[in-house]
Design a protein around this ligand. Sequence first.
Ligand SMILES: Nc1c(NC[C@H](O)[C@H](O)[C@H](O)CO)[nH]c(=O)[nH]c1=O
Ligand SMILES: CC(=O)[C@@H](O)COP(=O)(O)O
Length: 162
Amino acid sequence: MAQSIRLTDDDFSAVSGARVLIVEARYYADIADELLQGAREVLEAAGADIEVITVPGALEIAPAIAIALEEGLDVDAAVALGTVIRGETSHYDIVAGESSRALTELALDYVLPIGNGILTVENVEQAWVRARVKADNKGGFAARAALSLVAIRRQIADKVEG
Ligand SMILES: Nc1c(NC[C@H](O)[C@H](O)[C@H](O)CO)[nH]c(=O)[nH]c1=O
Ligand SMILES: CC(=O)[C@@H](O)COP(=O)(O)O
């Protein structure tokens, strides 16, 4: 019978004990608290082992993950949390674009599951709707995305070893 490997499964029993690094940017500290809570709840429910690194802004998230990996921190996945809100200048485009571009490059270079929970929004109101655990819970979503990739890696490894 054909078996499917699904990236969207929400059954994370296979990822219990996964070591997950959260890197949170606290440029907007109160929103950061909410994103972190959402991510933590998902990871704790999945039985993950969590390490948190705090950085000043979204541009430091990918470098912090890279430093952790280069220094030998042994992790199965990372979750990036931050909020970038448009200001008066073009700086928004740099922070929003580069922080996510760097994460994608890092994920592919290191073949590391990374959940991208960096909000890129027009204003604080939009940020809160997306960050709030009882609303969009994007921190939780990013954590689930990272766990999905850990699960799929384990499923594929089992299949290949088989
Ligand atoms: N404007 C926002 C920033 N800017 C700061 C940069 O991320 C960085 O910390 C600085 O350029 C020093 O390297 N960061 C955010 O997370 N959100 C913003 O809206
Ligand atoms: C995303 C940003 O860096 C932004 O907050 C900067 O604001 P501004 O463009 O008004 O300097």
